[in-house]
Design a protein around this ligand. Structure first.
Ligand code: ADP
Ligand code: MG
Length: 290
């Protein structure tokens, strides 16, 4: 028998490295007329590196101590920023101390008890009312500033840099032309770093500092205005938006388990350009079906 068009399209999407979970999903992908993209791990490579380690005056910590405390607290986290912190600490020194009572809040950061000290690591604006000037300075240069708080006192900042994916700008342009609408950027990261990256990716509409429920609300608002939204994301913080979208696609290589389970399709190979390719495959298959 010849394969029904939607099944052939699923097989073709597979060749592009996209795992589409059902024929219904394959059909829906081609219906989208708006796109919302996550930043960290989606538009960026998701292999960020620590570029700056800055203890705050009066913290009593040197660079290595600051990095070690932060890395010990981050070790259980699967967030790309957490992996960057752990890798940086391992490069500089031997083993990390153990951590207890780990908690994580998507879009905010982590906490844990390390050697009797309570360590919080996360977005400066979420952990403090007045973000240190040094954080703004790091963010102006497109970096993500991560604050380390020890026993309730701000102890230092880490600057973390990630690269735009090589196919990000081309993907944004292809999705704009396929849907007739400019994609929007939804990110939990700070507005300064987000704006810096959006310019490189060719995105004008940037919504930054979003918690998972804010990403969800942004998608619901677009859907409420009659749009069929394609959400592309990788994080735990993207899961509610991926679930609410007309179609959700997750980045698979470094994506969180929750994002992979929630999404309708998964990009198994690490190419963002597979997204517009799959939209086009769906449209072609639907023309054959109807
Ligand atoms: P994005 O939407 O760009 O993927 P996230 O919502 O995952 O970003 O994270 C938003 C912000 O929350 C980060 O820029 C960081 O400041 C903070 N954050 C979240 N998780 C962590 C973590 N494990 N360690 C440090 N900071 C974190
Ligand atoms: Mg992300």
């Amino acid at each position: 028998a010849t394969m029904p068009p939607l099944l052939s399209a699923i097989a073709n999407a597979g060749r592009h490295g996209v795992l589409v979970k059902s024929a219904v999903v394959m059909e829906r992908i081609g219906q989208v007329d708006a796109v919302a993209l996550d930043k960290t791990g989606t538009l960026t490579e998701g292999s960020p590196r620590v570029t700056d380690v800055r203890p705050l005056p009066g913290s009593g910590l040197d660079e290595e101590e600051l990095l070690t405390l932060a890395a010990a607290a981050e070790r259980p986290s699967e967030h790309p920023l957490a992996r960057a912190v752990v890798d940086a600490a391992r490069e500089r020194g031997p083993g990390l101390p153990g951590a207890e009572d780990f908690t994580s809040a998507p879009g905010v950061g982590v906490t844990a008890v390390v050697g009797g000290r309570t360590v919080a690591v996360g977005a400066p604006a979420r952990l403090l009312e007045d973000t240190p000037g040094a954080a703004a300075e790091l963010e102006e240069s497109g970096r993500t500033a991560v604050l380390v708080v020890v026993d309730g006192t701000p102890a230092g900042l880490l600057g973390i840099a990630d690269r735009l994916r090589p196919d990000a700008a081309a993907t944004v342009a292809a999705l704009a032309s396929l849907t007739g609408t400019a994609p929007v950027l939804l990110t939990g990261d700070n507005p300064r770093a987000a704006a810096h990256l959006a310019v490189e990716a060719g995105i004008d509409d940037v919504r930054a500092g979003l918690l998972p429920q804010d990403k969800l609300a942004a998608v619901q608002e677009m859907e409420g205005a009659g749009r069929k939204v394609l959400v592309v994301g990788d994080g735990v913080n993207d899961a509610p938006a991926l679930a609410a979208a007309h179609t959700g696609i997750a980045m698979g290589r470094a994506g969180s388990d929750l994002a992979l389970e929630t999404a309708d399709a998964v990009i198994v190979r690490d190419e963002l350009a597979a997204v517009p390719a799959t939209v086009a495959l769906s449209r072609r298959a639907r023309r054959l079906v109807v």
